[in-house]
Design a protein. Sequence first.
Length: 86
Amino acid sequence: MEEAIRLQKVLRQRLVLIWDDRPVNTIGGVDMSYIGDSVCAVGAMVRYPELTPLYAVTGEAPLRFPYIPGLLIYRVGPATLSAWEK
């Protein structure tokens, strides 16, 4: 778990939280659900501002990391990657 915290701190420094005024043409989102010992991810992309669906993906992965506030990506990340790798 200490390695996960260290990596989270390193990755946090790579975030860019300043909008450069480029137009927004697409919006994406991901949601998670737990089923037994697995986590399921659903991702969708839509064209903006029309909200026309572009595509949707799903993925599933076994739960291998406990729920720890601030480290959720380590719990749900494998399912998210599984969805977007298809």
